[in-house]
Design a protein around this ligand. Sequence first.
Ligand SMILES: [Zn+2]
Length: 119
Amino acid sequence: MKKTMKCSECGGTAKFTDDIEFLVELDDRDVLIANLTGYRCAQCAMEYHSADTVERVQSILKAIKKRPKIQFARKLTRSGKRWVVGIPPEIMEALGLHGGEKTKLHVKGHKVVAEFPSK
Ligand SMILES: [Zn+2]
């Protein structure tokens, strides 16, 4: 891999670096892919991705897109005065929950969002 390349934007010198970041929006979420290799111009800060970086970004995006959305239909049941929705073991596992975690509930439009502590 060459250490430098000529910047096609300004003619300056772009140096090899491994801290290129790539931000993509996926399903309303911003996904930042960091530590990619490429060249950055010392003069105008233009970034060039190396060929393996483009490949890496594409395979990461493919892997994220392939992940099925977990969706389950659940019936509201009653437990004393409270209403209860069961959380399937697949979701517990996906979120790394074991039970006993404190959960924050809030209403967003017509949805009830349960916020669990992150791993
Ligand atoms: Zn430049």
